[in-house]
Design a protein around this ligand. Structure first.
Ligand code: HEM
Length: 532
């Protein structure tokens, strides 16, 4: 009996060893055959045995390592992933990037990302994949057309006007010149804009819900720089069952989701009780109107109540910190370039007439500053995609492999992870020239100073990578640009922004954020009132 037991245990152990050996050997052999494994790789000295290159990427400033490695590794290269996962690919080559983004349902967001998005903002457009995404995207699109965004302009001007008043009060209180953390002024403004245009809700500056959202966001930004935020997505990608565990941090709704769901559920209830009052021009009323009308006609093509609510929560979250981040860093660029700031102010002060949606589009230097600000400061500096099938990715620039072979297209296997860094694409010196890192709005005004279209991504505005491209490009890009232009115009017309000695660092957490001495949400600038 004992002998039989011993034999079966031994047999089991031998079988396990055999399976492990065969699978390791086959992984080794397939990795030797794999073209991906012959691509250039980020320097070994920047990598650690257990965390690969990923921990350095996480600790570094925005895209710092990607930019450094791109100088020697080119436009498509590998880096070591943490915890012995397959090497990830960093892709900047614009033809490869376009292929990945255009085939959005074959290159999906990292599965580890979805449970986090679901609990923070809900199952709206950012979360949805494949048919669910197609369906939601088609149905929310009417809220973001050119005409819809024109209709939002009054709200944007009013909210930006309030920021001017707040700056004025705080500067006056300090005798006409003050060092102010501009982060505390612009983010509440863009939150108010999205609250108003999103669901007709006026958060105002001092509203309790707005303060709760800001506090919670600040908390997320601080936590986003801590080690668990680095580790969690990696663990989820290895053990996809983690989000199903009863861990409160993964189960509870984020504050923004909870507040918007509460407010918009109340609105929905009012609409149900009184459908004749569904006249608002905000996105929520518009989408409720369209969905109810389609539902009434018996069309299956409508958004359910929870899809409506969770999309509003999505817009509020991804729509407010993105626009404010671009404004923050463009103000810093202008503070560091006083001549460009003076040129912009000159254009704004010479403009006669009222600034409104139409007139603001006719200011060429403002337009150039907005483009340059969006080029240098993409609020979402990078994104990730995972291949769902084996594929061959076309390339603009041939790549020389480690065995000397040159390829013009890149075969990849299902499960390959790609990092697509918008920041690097927008300042790639091979595309933008040696002054790629400089804040130079003039490049947009001088013919031939921007790269030819075939070298650029296919973004919705100025071929910038900033808003992504393909079926998942930023749906709010028109509103984002309008906010950036209006807030910059009203502020620069009234105030001068000066650089201070503070060393402002730029980290991803989870959008582009300013830090001073490790403290989040800090963008101190000296602000004075302009002389007319
Ligand atoms: C200047 C401001 C903005 C920038 C730079 C920006 C950037 C981006 C980027 C890069 C993406 C693609 C992310 C990815 O797929 O990984 C994205 C998606 C998205 N953005 Fe924006 N965004 C801005 C403003 C807004 C605004 C104002 C809204 C709405 C009110 C908005 C709503 C969205 C939504 C819903 C998505 C997901 C689209 C989809 O997956 O179909 N964004 N944004």
């Amino acid at each position: 009996m004992e002998i039989t037991n011993y034999s079966s245990t031994t047999l089991l152990l031998y079988s396990l060893c055999f399976v492990i050996c065969v699978s390791s050997a086959s992984r080794y052999l397939s990795s030797r055959r794999s073209i991906v494994n012959k691509l250039p790789i980020a320097p070994a000295e920047d990598s650690s045995w257990i965390w690969g290159h990923e921990l350095n990427i996480f600790k570094g400033e925005v895209c710092e390592y990607y930019l450094r490695w791109a100088k020697t590794c080119g436009q498509v290269y590998r880096f070591k992933a943490a915890l012995f996962q397959r090497d990830a690919l960093l892709v900047v080559d614009n033809v490869a990037v376009a292929h990945i983004f255009q085939n959005a349902y074959s290159y999906v967001k990292a599965p580890a990302f979805r449970p986090i998005v679901k609990s923070f903002i809900g199952r709206g457009l950012v979360w949805a994949e494949d048919d669910e995404h197609r369906h939601q995207r088609k149905l929310v699109a009417p809220a973001f057309t050119l005409n819809a965004v024109k209709g939002m302009a009054d709200d944007v001007f009013e909210c930006a006007g309030k920021v001017v008043q707040k700056f004025q009060r705080d500067i006056d209180a300090q005798g006409g010149s003050a060092i102010l953390n501009v982060n505390e002024y612009i983010s509440p403004c863009t939150l108010e804009v999205v609250g108003r245009v999103g669901f007709g809700h006026d958060f105002g500056y001092d509203n309790e819900d707005a303060r709760a959202i800001r506090r919670s966001w600040q908390h997320d930004v601080v936590d986003g720089r801590k080690f668990p935020s680095f580790l969690l997505p990696i663990l989820i990608s290895i053990f996809p069952w983690i989000p199903k565990l009863p861990i409160p941090a993964l189960k509870n709704d984020g504050t923004i989701k909870a507040i918007t769901l509460r407010l918009s559920s109340n609105l929905l209830k009012e609409h149900v009780e009184n459908p004749n009052h569904l006249e608002g021009k905000d996105m929520f009323s518009l989408l409720v109107r369209e969905s109810w009308a389609k539902n009434k006609k018996g069309s299956g093509e409508y958004l359910t109540d929870s899809q409506l609510l969770e999309n509003i929560s999505t817009f509020l979250m991804v729509g407010h910190e993105t626009s404010s981040s671009v404004v923050h860093f463009t103000l810093l660029d202008l503070a560091k370039n006083p001549d460009k700031q003076a040129k912009l102010r000159d254009e704004l002060q010479k403009f006669e007439g009222e600034l409104d949606y139409e007139s603001i589009q006719k200011l060429p230097y403002l337009d150039a500053v907005a483009r340059e600000g969006l080029r240098l400061n993409p609020a979402a500096p990078r994104t990730e995609r995972v291949a769902t099938h084996d594929d061959v990715i076309p390339l603009r620039n041939p790549i020389k492999l480690s065995n000397g072979e040159v390829i013009t297209a890149l075969p990849v296997k299902a499960g390959q992870v790609f990092v697509l860094p918008f920041t690097v694409m927008n300042v790639n010196p091979d595309v933008w020239g040696p002054d790629a890192h400089e804040f130079k709005p003039e490049r947009w005004l001088t013919p031939g100073e921007t790269p030819p279209a075939e070298n650029l991504p296919h973004g919705p505005w100025s071929s910038l990578a900033t808003f992504c491209e393909g079926p998942r490009l930023c749906i709010g890009w028109r509103l984002g640009i309008l906010e950036v232009k209006v807030i910059l115009a009203l502020l620069i017309r009234s105030f001068e922004f000066h650089d201070t000695d503070a060393r402002i660092q730029r980290f991803i957490s989870p959008s582009l954020q300013p830090f001073v001495n490790g403290e989040a949400g800090q963008l101190p600038l000296k602000v004075t009132v302009t002389k007319h």
